[in-house]
Design a protein around this ligand. Structure first.
Ligand code: AVJ
Length: 324
């Protein structure tokens, strides 16, 4: 295990040095596949994170604000079902924005964000730790696979795994089952899970949420190409791609694509990849759930659902479960 660094009296930093993936090889393979695709992680460089923030402030994109309202309204009811001595572990915490709400309302003994972006993690925890002196912060720089196999708490305190935002919806069904099983491992036999899941609803409402009038989602989608141009010098013409986002009712998921509006050739890992007019690149799936269906997935992953909360408009759900 990496050597912990004491950055502040209540902030310890653990750098698991996540392996740098061979992005060029990965992108070349996914782009030249029969149905071209790009991993949604390529949305999130600094500009992409800022665009996502802008999306969460649009009137159409309801998930973030609805989840925050549910956490605010039911924080006490959640705490009542949890042990006093608790460590909140948050894989993919980013800027730790969503955990702030829990830290303000609860007095957990520890908070452990696990995040691949070292700068993002250090900036967020250096700002948060002084505001919560009674909470011990363990900032862990790790990718998802390292995070999900992080060892049990060295003081035997129960862990609450926190996974908000319906990011769980980005995983295809098989990968999602594996990821939920990983969250179960991270929680441990005496642990808990608090997770957000966006609900199935009127396709019109869903399509609007991924096609906001201000165009932030379209820019967010195209940003994957700007990011790869900056990072791998691929030579995409982002403005020659149309943003497509629609609800696939059969698969119960929002699909985002970029459609090529004129013939293009990009180069990745020394390979030239032709993208003829009409080529569609699948850039994200965002699955939508029912409370019953998602509860079943939690049970299959080794959790016992305790409670779930849904807003009055039945837009979004939050689930509290314990390790079974
Ligand atoms: C952050 C993955 C939950 O799927 O709704 C927002 C990302 N994509 N608008 C989602 C997103 C388009 C978002 N997640």
């Amino acid at each position: 295990m990496a050597h912990p660094q004491q950055l502040l009296p209540n902030l310890t930093f653990l750098d698991l040095r996540p392996p740098v993936t061979d992005a060029a090889r990965e992108v070349a393979a996914s782009l030249s596949a029969p149905s071209p695709s790009l991993d949604p992680k390529y949305f999130y460089d600094q500009r992409g994170s800022a665009l996502f923030d802008a999306i969460t402030r649009t009137p159409e994109y309801y998930p973030t604000r609805t989840e925050a309202a549910l956490l605010t309204e039911h924080a006490d009811a959640m705490a009542a079902q949890l042990p006093g001595e608790l460590v909140i572990a948050e894989p993919g915490a980013g800027g730790c924005d969503k955990a702030r709400l829990l830290l303000d309302r609860w007095r957990p003994s520890g908070y452990m964000p696990l995040e691949i972006s070292r700068e993002c993690l250090l900036d967020a925890t250096r700002a948060l730790a002084p505001r919560h002196p009674s909470v011990h912060f363990t900032a862990v720089c790790a990718d998802y696979s390292q995070a999900l196999s992080f060892p049990a708490d060295d003081q035997g305190r129960p862990r609450l795994v926190f996974f908000p935002g319906s990011t769980i919806g980005n995983f295809e069904p098989v990968a999602r089952a594996d990821f939920l099983a990983g969250l179960r491992r991270l929680a441990g036999d005496d642990g808990f899970l608090l997770i957000g899941a966006d609900l199935q609803k009127d396709p019109g409402r869903l399509n609007a949420a991924y096609n906001d009038a201000e165009g932030h989602t379209a820019a967010f989608n195209r940003n994957a190409l700007h990011h790869l141009n900056r990072r791998l010098d691929c030579g995409f013409e982002p403005d020659a791609f149309e943003h497509l986002a629609f609800y696939n009712e059969t698969a119960q998921r929002i699909e985002m694509h970029l459609e090529c509006l004129r013939d293009q050739t990009v180069s990745v890992a020394g390979r030239r990849i032709a993208l003829p007019t009409g080529t569609r690149i699948h850039t994200e799936s965002s699955y939508k759930f029912t409370v019953e269906g998602f509860s079943r997935e939690l049970v299959e992953a080794g959790f016992a659902p305790l409670s779930s909360w849904v807003d009055d408009e039945e837009l979004f759900s939050i689930h509290l479960a314990r390790a079974a």
